[in-house]
Design a protein around this ligand. Structure first.
Ligand code: ADP
Length: 629
């Protein structure tokens, strides 16, 4: 529309210019006509001095089109004038008037003025008419175009848009159709609609393919899930079978050992009785009785060891650490073996380091069992010479004063163990050497000892030995220093002075939480419980406890990680956290402290140790039952 308007304007301008040029040339023709029709007759009248005739002729001239002014100026002063004097926009032409008899003689001048304003006005009027017609034409053409576009294009475009907008996966593939227009060939919009319909049906096909592929995938997945479920059930069944087999084995072992033990005790008892009852019996009888006794005792030892190993392997042996004077324990083990050593004329020495903390946290019964076994072997297998039980202290990583690193060694001057046997002897029922060296053992002692050292969190039981030069069995334990129970006489604490304190107890086992609650609530502590690390964090924020008792090993978010996150909380670095764990190794302890725990207590929790730590961290002043009473 703009372009056509512009073109129309351009055409109008050209037409106006042409009109102007024609008018200008018409002016020239006008002047020419005036020259032909008037100049000679006016010159005649002037020559004959006929004033009236001159004026008449001037009047005629002035009435010609566009002439606005005419004047005759005679050579001898005659002056005739008609019309207005020539305006600014006038084209003025002078015609010399010549004497009729002597054409070379000029007798006056005829001046004619044409008013150009009139010409311009005419031109402007014409331009106005042209422009108005053009505008009306353009308007109607635009209306017509709009109508046609609306009728043929817009309505169809709107339908295409509505159709495309309403396309969903369920309507895909339904084609868009316009009403038939008979006789008209398909146009561009029909092409667009055709392309749209084709695209829609292609998408529909693709969708169907995908749905089918998804279905296939789902079937595969279902099949896989089915398989997994089947395998899981099979595994579960196998596991249950294995568990029930292992339970049956344990049951069998414990029942059998019981069954075997009662007749064995009887055999042993009667063998002893026989020996005592008949001191004057035949020597071969005495030898037989001795053999019965020795075999019975061996059998009893075997049964007890087997039972022990079975328990360890079934994971039924739990370490029960308690404060132990390790030096005294070493000494007592040596004292037990001394009788046997002296009977063989062996020297038995104890070489225990001085200056250990009085009490260390360890399962004393199990430590004694390991040391007795090692020392027993040394005494048993050494025919002459010396056996030494040595206790050494090694430096602790990080110079942690709360931990003590111990190395236990059992030296002997016995036959030694061939390198090929040194690994084997730690397996159950494996013995080194030949008949006499086996010393009537069961071959289970070292296997049991090694498992026990592992359970105590120590460094592997190992042997260094060369045949003929004796053996050294050694292992290492890193043990926490235990507080002497008498050092903090908190046994009679029944409360504390000052405002009530709230403690957050985080432990996954309800029994442990109940135990701590039962221990602390009567003393006036408020207890907030959390069953895992996440809950502990949430309760810490919500309940703002004064102190946290955090079990380190919880499923999900562990106590270690929870402690680390507590320290990352905006006000989380102020609250003391006591880490609780059954794993008393130095590594666990250091990991807890590194995660941000304020203190570390081994499980099972000792009441006085716990109270002493809480009192210290919260600055409590305890109230004792004795003071009250
Ligand atoms: P047992 O002593 O009941 O045979 P152990 O498991 O305690 O069972 O020992 C396994 C084997 O290791 C012993 O039979 C013996 O051959 C060898 N052995 C253990 N201690 C010593 C030692 N101090 N000197 C030489 N051999 C040893």
């Amino acid at each position: 529309m703009l372009a056509s308007t512009f073109l129309a304007l351009l055409a109008t301008a050209v037409q106006l210019y042409l009109d102007y040029a024609r008018d200008v040339s018409e002016l020239d023709e006008q002047f020419h006509r005036i020259e032909g029709a008037y100049v000679a007759s006016i010159a005649n009248s002037l020559w004959s001095m006929d004033k009236a005739q001159v004026e008449l002729q001037l009047g005629g001239l002035a009435r010609l089109r566009d002439v606005s002014f005419a004047r005759v100026q005679g050579q001898v002063g005659e002056h005739f004038e008609v019309g207005e004097p020539p305006p600014a926009h006038a084209s003025v032409r002078d015609f010399p008037l010549r004497a009729p008899t002597a054409p070379h003689r000029t007798i006056g001048m005829l001046t004619v003025g044409v008013d150009l304003d009139k010409v311009y006005r005419r031109l402007a009027d014409r331009a106005l008419v042209i422009l108005a017609t053009q505008a009306i034409k353009t308007f109607f053409i635009a209306l017509l175009i709009l109508f046609i576009v609306r009728q043929w294009v817009t309505r169809r475009l709107e339908r295409i848009a509505a159709h495309a907008g309403a396309l969903t996966t369920s309507t895909l593939g339904q084609p868009l159709r316009f009403e038939e227009r008979p006789g008209s060939a398909p146009d561009e919009l029909d092409a667009v609609v055709r392309a749209l319909n084709e695209m829609s049906s292609r998408l529909c096909a693709e969708l169907a393919r995908r749905t089918e592929a998804e279905g296939e995938l789902r079937r595969h997945r279902d099949h896989l899930e089915h398989l997994v479920a089947e395998r899981t059930t099979e595994l579960q069944e196998a596991k249950e079978r294995a568990e029930s087999a292992s339970r049956a084995k344990s049951d069998f072992l414990s029942r059998m050992s019981h069954e075997l033990r009662s007749p064995l005790t009887a055999i042993l008892g009667y063998a002893q009785l026989l020996k005592v009852a008949d001191p004057s019996g035949r020597p071969q009888d005495a030898a037989a009785i001795n053999a019965i006794r020795a075999s019975g005792e061996h059998l009893l030892g075997l049964i007890l060891d087997l039972l022990d190993l079975a328990k360890i392997e079934a994971g039924k042996v739990e370490m029960l650490p308690s404060p132990v004077d390790v030096r005294a324990l070493v000494q007592s083990v040596a004292d037990i073996m001394r009788v046997e050593a002296e009977a063989k004329r062996l020297v038995l020495d104890v070489d225990a380091v001085d200056g250990l903390p009085p009490l260390l946290l360890v399962d004393g019964k199990r430590l004694r069992q390991v040391l007795l076994n090692l020392l027993g072997n040394a005494v048993k297998f050494t025919p002459w010479g010396r056996v030494v039980l040595r206790l050494r202290r090694l430096p602790v990583a990080g110079e942690d004063e709360a931990m003590v690193h111990l190395r236990f060694e059992v030296w002997d001057t016995g036959p030694g163990i061939a390198p090929a046997d040194q690994r084997r002897i730690f397996q159950p029922f494996e013995q080194a050497g030949d008949g006499p060296r086996r010393g009537g053992g069961t071959g289970l002692g070292l296997a049991i000892s090694q498992q026990l050292v592992r359970l105590m969190g120590g460094r592997e039981l190992q042997v260094e030995s060369r045949p003929g030069q004796g053996s050294v069995f050694h292992f290492e334990l890193v043990l926490p220093v235990a507080q002497a129970p008498s050092a903090s006489p908190l046994a009679d604490v029944c409360g504390y002075a000052g405002p009530r304190k709230r403690l957050l107890v985080a432990d996954d086992l309800p029994l442990n939480r109940q135990f701590l609650g039962a221990l602390l609530q009567p003393l006036g502590f408020g207890i907030v419980e959390a069953a895992d690390g996440e809950q502990a964090l949430a309760k810490l924020v919500d309940e703002r406890p004064d102190l946290v008792l955090m079990d380190m090993s919880m499923p999900g978010l562990s106590g270690l990680e929870a402690t680390r996150r507590i320290r990352g909380l905006p006000r989380g670095d102020g609250v003391p956290v006591i880490a609780l764990t059954a794993q008393t190794s130095q590594m666990t302890r250091q990991a807890a402290l590194a995660a941000g725990a304020t203190a570390f207590l081994p499980k099972p929790v000792q009441r006085e140790e716990l109270l002493s730590k809480i009192g210290e961290l919260l600055g409590l002043e305890w109230i004792r039952a004795t003071e009250q009473g």
